[in-house]
Write a protein that binds this ligand. Sequence first.
Ligand code: FA5
Length: 392
Amino acid sequence: MTIEEKSRKTLAELGVADAAAVPALFAELREAMQREREELIARGAGSEAERQQLAKALRDRWLGRKNGILAYLDESWLKSAPKDLKPVVGREFNQLRQLARELEIDRLIRDLTIRLEESPSVKGGIVKSVGGAIPWDAKVNVRIGASLTLPGYRRPLGSIHPVTRVQREIEDIFLNLGFTIETGPEIESVYYNFDALNILENHPSRDDWDTIYVDAQTVLRSHTSPVQIRAMQKRGAPLYIIAPGKSYRRDNPDATHSPMFHQLEGLAIDTDITFADLKGTLDFFAKKFFGEKVRTRFNPSFFPFTEPSGEVAVSCPFCDGQGCRRCKQSGWIELLGCGMVHPEVLRHGGIDPERYSGWAFGLGIDRFAMVKYDINDIQLFFQGDVRFLEQF
Ligand code: FA5
């Protein structure tokens, strides 16, 4: 039976009733897929037009939306799998899908070389691929046999970094609520980073063990909270902003810390803003980001620039709060710090605390991305390893 024929039959019709038999079935498909790709690449194309056509044909055979082998597998193996086979079929199918990304047209074209005609100027004939070693004709300064009419190589497009992806997702939620995006400098004055935020002279975070000082009055901002003050001074009240951006701390790199990381600040100032507005907004945000099922939990905390202050956790979206590996069996995942803007901070921003009140929060975008994509080492975000990044 050919691969196509198999892909159109259900597992029951193929006589597979046992989970142990599923991996072998998929291994056969993976081998066939790889073999076809390798054979095509070894054969090469005779012209640019043929290269495009061969790449498309192989891509369509496996990935065609309606008649591709994977589309059939999805219908007849995955969707119709009996309940007890579903997990193993799903896992194997995902692996196959990952591998099938090598059959995307851009990737095939990148690897599929064009066979060059035998050059009349080379006796004995040297026929090489564009990518291979082609002898050089010093007199005319071109590669012998190379067709100068060929189009250049297309570089494969990159993908959006997972931290950027999560940042944009969070931004979209708040933009839809009517917030605007504000930015501030990463090289910040001690005044904006600490003093204006009511972080007093003796606070441990001001220590140069924690904060990276450029000089006595200048730091690499240790959080995005200084943007609160800058935005208040620039725009006044009412004010509804978010401020995403890089922050820096003297934290040793480990699985959850990086000396450079990304935060996103939220700030709402208006007349009659209460803690209930903060709770409602963050609960809405958590549900939009993690799914409607999650619940939020507010615990008391302390930040010098908010009073009262809180820490927000979300019920684990993976186990529905039951306890699993990802929430360290606790059922909850810590999300962010927040609170009602301290009157002193409003004053520093030039806003009258008798007339206006506000709430603020600050979250770690990288940590959100780790939860979202189940990544257990923050360092992966900053190493630029294409094998990691191309999964997104
Ligand atoms: C703050 O930085 C406060 N400015 C947040 C805030 C804003 C509270 C407004 C109240 C009102 P904290 O130090 O907890 O809080 O940092 C916030 C988040 O930044 C953390 O929850 C964590 O997700 C992230 N974070 C902090 N340090 C690092 C680090 N070294 N690497 C990666 N993420 C970090």
